[in-house]
Design a protein around this ligand. Structure first.
Ligand code: NDP
Length: 295
């Protein structure tokens, strides 16, 4: 199958590497060097514009920071709509927002292009291993066409409902992740200040009912070690929690706890900058408490 992939960021790159193994792949990236390097390394073709990338493609995938970034690639002389064939399939793997995804889908439908939102979860490690969870929103027929393509990098490919349902699922997932990072950081800072050795605190927590993915899979390697490797930008997590709050507001659900987590993450983003890793939000808690959560 001829496949186009646009957006070779931290997670897009390993996703595209799987597609390059399974398909005839063309890539495009805003910073062209990344696309050319990827093409040379993975036996793909690098396109100079979004339009060139999608010309002749059966399926095109995008993985950009926001839905607005995806929408910005549709129009103009170099835009996707100018190059995409009628009958092609557009899968947006951005952690996007439902309203913009619906608007994008409507625009594409006028040109005979089918759309599904297909955000992913599992991090850069999951992308490298090809074990991502893919959360799909779109029609049943579109889902069946998308599934074999998404299977290149996805292990669980779930059809959640109409367009936007994948985005909503992903945003709520990440809102829970963000709230948990904040909660675990506050709890461990409290214990460190109360005189409990951080590694012992984490080990005890992970053998008790307060444990979570954050405390089990993230804190030991990334916080206790002080490594804080950069894999997922805090700015993107902040964006996701914001989307979840918008979805909740529209649905008429009050979310005081998620709103508090959003405020904390948003403040951490302002303090640490756009390139900080998501777990570095815990650094802000440490700074305020005057303690470090290190083994
Ligand atoms: P990065 O910031 O690492 O990469 C962003 C990519 O988008 C780069 O290729 C960048 O190009 C490109 N880009 C940014 N703005 C624009 C624009 N306006 N027009 C065209 N291209 C643009 O992000 P990630 O790869 O980490 O994340 C991508 C998406 O996946 C996000 O929605 C994120 O929330 C989601 N996600 C990320 C995960 C992770 O672990 N990193 C996990 C799950 C989901 P350039 O090279 O020129 O900067």
């Amino acid at each position: 199958m001829r496949v186009a992939f646009l957006g070779l960021g931290a997670i897009g790159t390993p996703m595209a590497a799987h597609l390059a193994r399974d398909h005839e792949l063309t890539v495009w990236n805003r910073t062209g060097d990344r696309a050319r390097e990827f093409a040379a390394r993975h036996g793909a073709r690098a396109a100079a514009t979004p339009r060139e990338a999608v010309t002749g493609a059966d399926v095109m995938l995008t993985c950009l920071p926001t839905s607005a970034d995806v929408a910005s690639l549709l129009d103009g002389a170099d835009g996707i709509i100018g190059g995409a064939s009628r009958g092609a399939l557009f899968l947006d793997c951005t952690s996007g927002d439902p309203a913009t995804s619906r608007a994008i889908a409507e625009r594409l439908a006028r040109h005979g292009i089918a759309f599904a939102d297909a955000p992913v979860s599992g991090g850069t490690n999951g992308a490298e291993a090809g074990t991502l969870t893919v959360m799909v929103g779109g029609g049943a027929e579109v889902f069946e066409r998308a599934r074999p393509v998404l299977a290149s990098f996805g292990k669980r490919i779930v059809h959640l409902g109409p367009i936007g349902a994948g985005d909503a699922m992903k945003a709520v997932n990440n809102a829970l992740l963000g709230a948990n990072i904040q909660a675990v950081g506050e709890g461990l800072a409290t214990l460190a200040k109360a005189g409990v050795e951080p590694r012992l605190a984490v080990e005890t927590l992970n053998a008790s009912s307060g444990r979570s993915f954050v405390s089990e899979a993230l804190v030991p390697d990334r916080v206790l070690t002080g490594a804080f490797p950069r894999s997922f930008r805090l700015a993107l997590l902040d964006k996701d929690v914001g989307i979840a709050l918008d979805v909740a507001r529209e649905a008429g659900v009050e979310t005081p706890l998620l709103a508090a987590a959003r405020a904390a993450l948003h403040r951490a983003r302002a303090l640490l900058g756009e390139e900080a890793d998501y777990l570095e939000a815990i650094r802000v808690i440490e700074e305020q408490a005057g303690v470090e959560i290190r083994a």
